[in-house]
Design a protein around this ligand. Structure first.
Ligand code: ADP
Ligand code: ZN
Length: 740
């Protein structure tokens, strides 16, 4: 085996052959980062494969050298990357790049080392201090020794600060053998300031026990099914099942990965894993500094930890003895990456599990249809937790028909009479309320009543959202912001009207109706920083907030026993988004929000306001009946051949030039049309539902159906190998989660 196939850090989707020179034999393996001559310079690259013979006739160049040891990718991950490149139609470099954090790949971030000082021998040091203090000699050295005697070991910075001396007496002490210095790698710990109280496994409930038994037997023998869906209602103890499953895997000498959606990756979540497994847990999320990310990754790579908890990219934790992968809230669309490679972490998790003989647990209260179908069809094991822990009841749900009008004639109708009364009742009893509306800002639209002018973003085909407090109009797609108008910019009339209520307006109305209540709002406008998010949640937990108003930011994963009421202000909001998953999303969101109510001793209540009380999705959500909803919506999907019946693949075209965009999409279509067999449904190139974003027009082609592997391969080649016209971006989204 003399030839290494290397991909360099250019997006060429091609591996180049290099000779392995004599002095590097035995050290070049798959996944190792190497330096190779390339053109007139040299480049870094990864070894994808090692083979006997090259397909090239011309003499090969030698590999230059091997890069630092930390940048080796475990071999199974290299394979996974190759699969991702093919399946998600991206270049191999893009796929390999996601396997490693940038901090590691670049080779620029290093371990942080610290100089630590300590006394060599306590008795000797004490004698020295006693002897010379009497003679009033070497005062600086004595101060240093006193400082060191107070601590076990002290960093240079702390030592000089505490003793108020220069480095020179320290050096003298080292020279004389009284003090030793040591360089040590320190790990930057992203959750160092989180205090954690160790906890013990809970006695499993009968349902948890059944789930765990299935998981244990899968861990004992992975050969049959290796994926299990844990379908458990909110607060049914899914996390406790994960914790005990992990303990079992660790007991077998294996390692575990836990994926949670970024939004749920709060210190609250991390704390639960740390409380059970202490410093065996490494945490990976998007807010880490490069240095922290490097350290977390290195801890895994050096086998110093056994569990990685993190968002999407934690899936690529370089464990060598992976036994278990958990994907919590597996239905979350944030598991799909929005840029190349557009991979779905849940699906890739199932694949990694299969490749490395690890058990995969997918957990959710509202499983995705893809996963649930796999469980129903017997491809996955299924375990259900139908009851909440401690038999605490699921909340009761009341529906208010929004069409029946306003509270009073002079009050806006977004608060129904029933909701207002329920909130008042909670305020009297000192219980807490969550009000949910999935739209931020004050109003969705600013319109002139006189001439009909609507303020729209000039770069995107959406109207500006009005933010009252900041007196601004902003575009939620591109971030553009302008000052709000007092008069219509077109006809100069003062008849400005705002429609489409957002959370900011809800807050204003709530403040007016419940004037004595303590109200806070939580959305991405008020929560710019993680720390403010934490601060509000802590305040809420301490009971210093009566009513918390928010967007989906408050819908997920929060535990507050004193919340006994959840108000959903407009349940229909997501229903009419032109996407075949809009009903599924609505059902998931309503179920999650409702799950926030009643986690303590009092049964929770949910008030759902809707304009469509007869809509089947709303009805199933209100009844909290997943199976009924699944049955209903699956019929529709099957009839229209949408996933999980067959695959879906979207080809996107973007350009500032509308004509170019539409023409090129049509031209592309000409190429693939002949390849579409009768089991493939193709929509003609058409503008996306949101036609223009950030000044670019958007067109797309959607392909769906069965047996599209060949077609996908062909499209991949077309996208990667063709020289596309200037000024057009084109990409494929395989298993697209959003069609906007
Ligand atoms: P989920 O992940 O399904 O929302 P959790 O695992 O967070 O549910 O459980 C909800 C609450 O119940 C947590 O406070 C958890 O500590 C507690 N809990 C879970 N399992 C048990 C058990 N077997 N016995 C007692 N308490 C439990
Ligand atoms: Zn815009």
């Amino acid at each position: 085996m003399n030839i290494a196939k290397v991909i360099v850090d250019l997006s060429l989707d091609k591996a180049f052959d290099y000779n392995i020179p004599e002095e590097l034999k035995g050290r070049v393996h798959i996944g190792v980062q190497v330096k190779v001559p390339f053109g007139r310079s040299s480049r870094r690259g990864y070894v994808l494969n090692i083979v006997e013979k090259s397909d090239f006739d011309s003499p090969l160049k030698d590999i230059h050298s091997i890069c630092e040891r930390h940048t080796k990718i475990p071999e199974p991950l290299v394979k996974l990357g190759r699969w991702m490149a093919d399946y998600y139609c991206c270049s191999r470099e893009q796929a390999v790049r996601t396997l490693l954090p940038r901090a590691v790949r670049s080779g620029k971030v290093k371990h942080k080392t610290l100089k630590l000082f300590s006394v060599v021998d306590t008795k000797e040091a004490e004698e020295f201090v006693i002897e010379h203090a009497e003679k009033k000699r070497y005062e600086p050295q004595l101060t240093v020794l006193r400082t060191l005697l107070r601590h076990k070991e002290v960093s240079q910075e702390q030592l000089l600060k505490e003793s108020g001396v220069t480095i020179s007496p320290v050096k003298t002490l080292i020279k004389n053998g009284l003090v030793s210095e040591e360089k040590r790698v320190v790990r930057r710990d992203p959750f160092a300031d989180v205090t954690i109280i160790a906890d013990q496994p809970q006695q499993p409930t009968p349902e948890q026990k059944m789930a765990l038994e299935k998981i244990y037997s899968m861990l004992d023998d992975v050969s049959e099914k290796h994926t299990l869906l844990l379908h458990g209602v909110t607060s049914s103890g899914k996390t406790e099942v994960y914790l005990q499953a992990i303990a079992k895997a660790l007991g077998k000498g294996k390692e575990a990965i836990v994926l949670v959606p970024e939004i749920a990756l709060t210190p609250q979540t991390v704390r639960r894993f740390r409380a059970r497994f202490g410093d065996m847990v490494s945490v990976l999320h998007s807010r880490l500094t490069e240095g922290e990310r490097f350290d977390e990754w290195s801890k895994i790579n050096d086998s110093l930890v056994k569990i990685a908890v993190g968002a999407r990219s934690a899936l690529f934790a370089p464990f060598q003895k992976l036994g278990l992968i958990i994907v919590d809230e597996e239905h979350e669309s944030s598991y799909k990456q929005g840029e190349a490679p557009r991979y779905h972490a849940r699906d890739v998790a199932v694949l990694r599990g299969q490749m490395e003989n690890a058990v995969v647990i997918l957990g959710s209260a509202t499983p995705s249809f893809e996963t649930y179908k796999n469980a129903v069809d017997g491809k996955y094991e299924l375990a259900e937790l139908k009851k909440r822990v401690d038999d605490c009841l699921l909340p009761s749900v009341k529906v208010v028909d929004n069409r029946l009008g306003a509270l009073d004639n002079d009050k806006p109708s977004i608060f129904s009479k029933m909701l207002v009364n329920e909130v008042r009742g909670r305020l009297e009893k000192g219980e807490q309320t969550i009000l949910f509306l999935n739209r931020r800002g004050f109003a969705r639209q600013m319109m002139c009543d006189h001439c009909g002018y609507v303020a729209e973003c000039p770069q995107c085909s959406v109207s500006y959202t009005y933010h009252k407090k900041r007196e601004s109009l902003t575009c939620h797609l591109c971030g553009d912001v302008i000052r709000s108008y007092v008069r219509c910019p077109k006809c100069n009339a003062e008849d400005i009207r705002y429609s489409g209520t957002g959370t900011e307006k809800i807050e204003a109305i709530a403040n007016a109706i419940f004037s004595k209540a303590r109200i806070e709002r939580m959305d991405s406008d008020t929560m710019r920083k993680t720390s403010s998010y934490e601060a509000v949640l802590n305040k809420f937990k301490r009971g210093e907030i009566d009513i918390l108003i928010g967007t989906q930011m408050i819908a997920k994963g929060l535990h507050f026993p004193n919340v006994t009421l959840v108000g959903v202000l407009n349940a229909d909001q997501g229903l009419y988004i032109p996407d075949f998953r809009s009903d599924e999303r609505t059902f998931q969101l309503l179920t999650q929000v409702a799950g926030r109510a009643g986690r303590g001793d009092v049964r929770g209540e949910v008030v759902v306001q809707t304009f469509n009380p007869d809509n089947e999705t709303i009805r199933c959500s209100v009844a909290q009946d997943f199976n009924a909803f699944f049955k209903y919506d699956m019929e529709m999907r099957e009839a229209l051949a949408y996933p999980p019946f067959g695959h879906l693949l979207a080809v996107h075209f973007r350009s500032e030039d509308q004509q170019l965009c539409s023409n090129y999409a049509e031209q592309f279509m000409q190429h693939i049309r002949p390849l579409c067999h009768e089991k493939v449904i193709v929509t003609e190139p058409a503008p996306s539902p949101i036609e223009r974003v950030k000044g670019k027009y958007r067109y797309m082609i959607i392909l769906r159906g069965e047996k599209i592997k060949m077609l996908r391969r062909y499209i991949r080649r077309m996208i990667l190998d063709t020289r596309h016209p200037k000024g057009i971006d084109i990409y494929v989204d395989v298993d697209a989660q959003s069609l906007l």
